[in-house]
Design a protein. Sequence first.
Length: 375
Amino acid sequence: METASLYIHIPFCRAKCSYCDFNSYAGLETLFEDYTLALIREVELAETASIQTVYVGGGTPTVLPLEHLAQILQAASSALETDAEVSIEANPGTVDQGALAHLQALGVTRLSLGVQSFDERDLRLLGRVHTVAEAHHAFRRARAAGFDNINLDLIYGLPGQSRSSWRKTLEQALALRPEHLSLYALAVEEGTPLAAGVALGTIPSPEPDLAAEMYEYTQDATATAGYEHYEISNWAGSDRFRCRHNLVYWRNEPYLGIGAGAHSWAGGRRWANVAAPAEYVARLGDGRSPVDSEEAIEPALEMGETMMMGLRLVDVGVEFGRFRERFGVDLREHFADELAELRELGLVVTDHDRVKLTERGRLLGNQAFLRFLPE
């Protein structure tokens, strides 16, 4: 790719959270050094001329020793654009002020703290390795280290979570005045300890209607606090703090994924690396490609996915002009039947230059998204 947004996957955690189905593992410390070298090798092989955003995610990237993170970021730095956004995820229980200051010195411009809740009961349910106090400490330390672009990740709709508990969590988050908030409804993913507990009845099932009420409250509370609701699950203090890396995904633009299980998309093709970290290390060490699967993306699927992702953008939606420029067709004609049906259901609204989800559509987004995908 000439220009790319780069995702770097760190699959290591101190402990696996009960709700997580990401490609992440605890207890693989012996792989840290070799994995770092493999990542650097893959970055070098990519030969990307210009990198506009970098996102280091996981897992928990900050379980890696700082010297390893420094080597990884240095490998990507030669191609970074001058104003590149460089984000890293961090668990509040894995960073102190020295580490945060070091990350900023390495060129990290955006810190995403995986707080998930400001309620100790919720944190225990989720299997988080930090406490509420550590979450507050981590935020203050990040500020003291000089970070002026901080995101907080929170989850609502948890089993047994009350309206008042979510309100208190959100109030504490808003009181900290982060530049960005990512607020997600819990998804009980098959194969996770949380799903097993729900299936056995030892953990109560989440209540979708209650989660919808929490989401509606969240929209009101964040608006009152002055945050822009720019994506279904994301809020920014201003345009400047919208996550540029994630906007690439929501616009269905090309991106390059580096690391075990990382996905990439460009030029009508999607591919994914082998998921197992040890196998990923072995392939790069032997000079083999880490790519484990790939598929051709036909225009019909690309158009459908562009609609599905773009409709997540609350205030922008999918712009008719941008769609025509990309695909050479008018989406109002190409998706005329789908748009008519969704308007009738009250899920989308169109004006002279775009289509967007309605407030009802944001609650029932999947019912809208699936209509645009080819059968």
